[in-house]
Design a protein around this ligand. Structure first.
Ligand SMILES: NC(=O)c1ccc[n+]([C@@H]2O[C@H](COP(=O)([O-])OP(=O)(O)OC[C@H]3O[C@@H](n4cnc5c(N)ncnc54)[C@H](OP(=O)(O)O)[C@@H]3O)[C@@H](O)[C@H]2O)c1
Length: 214
């Protein structure tokens, strides 16, 4: 599948890009700075053992069937508003956790209740939003020599978009679970500060979540 990662030059998006390319997908890393993305894409291609392209966020979306949004919450609204037209008709996987640094171990409910709900409100029905990947550490993603020790919870109001996104997420080497409507992103996103709190207790190790009995 042709995948764009908006903000793919960063930690989480970069790991996803490398793993998807390694799994055989056609990945395009997007950035506010096209030249930076091209440089980063060369490094990622080496790690993935397969070509990853780089360019502006708009170019990445243009070249893709499905898009991942991987920017800090502080840039979430402005990035979506800027890219809204380009995103129309594509599925968006929103991995944003609405953290409020420096209080990253406390739950922050944004004005729209969750980042994914805010994304859907900005983009409208033309662009179905899937919320997922909030509990997978960038450290786990980036190291291809290690399995990812974490399950993924995914939700959306669009069943077809959710199934498409979940199939893709499984190609990262994780189990993926449908946990219902997009409103449930409020709970999914709110779990991440708890994991970050545990990370601190674990002296920097990255914890994950597991669903049992399924
Ligand atoms: N890190 C994790 O372990 C993790 C785990 C789960 C979910 N997440 C979520 O994934 C998202 C990305 O996290 P990250 O750790 O990868 O972040 P990051 O590395 O700090 O940033 C990702 C990319 O966002 C772009 N960006 C930064 N500031 C921006 C701005 N003001 N406007 C537009 N773009 C901007 C940058 O790309 P350019 O400068 O190239 O445009 C940057 O490379 C966040 O929403 C986070 O909550 C992260």
């Amino acid at each position: 599948m042709r995948i764009a990662v908006v903000g793919g030059t960063g930690k989480e998006g970069g790991g996803m890009a490398i793993r998807w390319a390694h799994a055989g997908h056609d990945v395009f890393v997007g950035s506010r700075d096209a030249e930076r993305a091209k440089t980063v894409a060369i490094e990622f291609s080496r790690e993935a053992g397969r070509t990853i392209r780089g360019g502006s966020n708009a170019q990445a979306i243009e070249a893709s069937e499905i898009v991942v949004l991987s920017v800090p919450y502080s840039a979430h609204t402005s990035t979506l508003q800027e890219l809204k037209t380009a995103l129309a008709g594509r599925v968006l996987i929103d991995i944003t956790v609405p953290l409020q640094p420096p209080k990253i171990t406390s739950v922050n409910l944004p004005a729209g209740q969750s980042a994914a709900l805010e994304a859907q409100a900005i983009l409208g029905a033309e662009t179905p939003v899937v919320a997922a990947m909030h509990h997978v550490s960038a450290v786990h993603l980036r190291d291809l020599s290690h399995d990812i020790d974490c399950d993924v919870l995914a939700c959306s109001d669009d069943k077809a978009a959710l199934e498409q996104a979940m199939a893709l997420i499984r190609d990262l080497g994780v189990r993926s679970f449908d946990v219902g409507p997009l409103r449930n992103a409020i709970a999914i996103e709110s779990l991440t500060p708890l994991l970050l709190h545990l990370n601190r207790q674990q002296k920097g190790r990255s914890v994950g979540i597991r669903i049992t009995g399924a």
